[in-house]
Ligand binder design. Structure first.
Ligand SMILES: [Zn+2]
Length: 303
C-alpha cells in the first residue's frame, strides 16, 4: 500500500470515529466547552495515546499533541477547532486537527523533524453559535477574552461559560484576569488546514489552495428600520411608510455599493442575516411599522 493511502485510511478512521461520537440528527453537534466538543477531544486523545503522542490540556482547556521525544522549544503550531455549530459539518475544524496528527505520525514514522518541533493544537470554543462569541479558546490563550463573556450562557443547557470552562479544566481565574497563557513570541508560527466552506475550489477544479488572508468582520447586531404601522387595505401608497419596503431598499443600496466596491478592486462581502418584523404585525391587514435585526421573530400567528 502506498504511504499516502495508509495515512488516508487513518484520516478516514478518525473522521468516522469522531462523527459517530458526535452525530446529531443531520450533521454533527460539538458544543463549545460542552459535551460534544469534549467527546471529539476524547476520541482524538485516545488515538494519540495509542500512537504514543504526548497530550497536554492548556489553561484554556484546549489540547496540544506532540511527539514525546521532541522537546525543543519554540514550536510550530498546527491545528484547528474541534467544536461545531449545531448540526454542522464533520470536517469543519476537525480536518485541521486530523491533518496535524497525521503530520506527527509521518514525522515519527520517517524519523524526520522540522526546523521547529510540531505541536498540534485542538482548540475549543471557536464557533459563536453557543455563547454568542467566536474564538473563545484562542482568545483565552492570549489573555483577550472579555471577562463579561464568562457570564454568557450556553444556548442549550444554560450553564455559564465560566462553569463550562472550569468543567474542562480551564483556569477561569487567570482567564478572567486577562492573564496571557500563551506568549506568541514563544511560538515559531501557526498553520491551519481548513475545509473550504464555499465553492471556489470546486469551480477551479482544485483540491487545495493557500489562503492569502482572512476577512475580518464588522457586525451590527441591532439595526432598526422604523416606519409607520397602518392598515394595509386603507392606507394608499403615497401615505405609506412601510418598514419592510424601506429595509429592502437599504439592502438593495448595500448590494449596489458592494458591486461598486468589487469593481474598484476591493475585497468585501456583505450579509444581512437576521431580518424580521414584529410578530404582532404578522397579519394580512397590517403595514409593518418596524424591521429589526435583534428581536426574536415569532412564527406567524395565522391572522
Ligand atoms: Zn471552522
Amino acid at each position: 500500500m502506498k504511504a499516502s493511502d495508509h495515512y488516508a485510511r487513518i484520516a478516514q478512521h478518525l473522521f468516522d470515529t469522531v462523527r459517530t461520537a458526535t452525530a446529531g440528527r443531520r450533521g454533527v453537534t460539538r458544543d463549545s466547552y460542552g459535551a460534544g466538543e469534549s467527546l471529539a477531544i476524547d476520541a482524538l486523545t485516545a488515538f494519540a495515546h495509542v500512537q504514543g503522542f504526548a497530550t497536554q490540556v492548556d489553561r484554556a482547556g484546549n489540547v496540544m499533541f506532540a511527539l514525546p521525544d521532541d522537546t525543543r522549544g519554540q514550536p510550530l503550531l498546527c491545528g484547528s477547532h474541534l467544536d461545531s455549530v449545531p448540526e454542522g459539518g464533520n470536517f469543519d475544524g476537525l480536518a485541521g486537527v486530523v491533518a496535524g496528527l497525521l503530520c506527527l505520525m509521518r514525522q515519527r514514522d520517517e524519523g524526520r523533524r522540522g526546523a521547529h518541533p510540531l505541536r498540534v493544537l485542538a482548540l475549543r470554543g471557536e464557533e459563536s453559535a453557543w455563547f454568542g462569541k467566536a474564538y473563545i479558546g484562542s482568545s483565552a490563550l492570549f489573555g483577550r477574552l472579555p471577562p463579561a463573556l464568562l457570564d454568557a450562557r450556553h444556548r442549550s443547557n444554560g450553564a455559564t461559560l465560566a462553569t463550562c470552562m472550569r468543567d474542562v479544566g480551564a483556569d477561569v481565574d487567570a482567564i478572567a484576569a486577562g492573564e496571557v497563557l500563551l506568549d506568541a513570541s514563544d511560538v515559531a508560527g501557526y498553520i491551519e488546514l481548513h475545509i473550504e466552506q464555499g465553492a471556489q475550489l470546486d469551480d477551479a477544479r482544485q483540491s487545495v489552495a493557500i489562503v492569502p488572508s482572512i476577512r475580518g468582520n464588522v457586525r451590527y447586531r441591532n439595526v432598526r428600520c422604523i416606519g409607520e404601522p397602518g392598515h394595509s387595505g386603507a392606507v394608499p401608497r403615497e401615505r405609506r411608510h412601510d418598514a419592510v419596503f424601506a429595509a429592502a431598499h437599504v439592502v438593495g443600496v448595500l448590494d449596489e455599493y458592494w458591486k461598486a466596491e468589487l469593481a474598484a478592486g476591493a475585497d468585501l462581502v456583505i450579509t444581512c442575516g437576521v431580518f424580521g418584523t414584529r410578530a404582532e404585525e404578522h397579519a394580512i391587514s397590517r403595514i409593518p411599522g418596524e424591521v429589526d435585526s435583534a428581536s426574536k421573530h415569532a412564527a406567524p400567528t395565522g391572522r
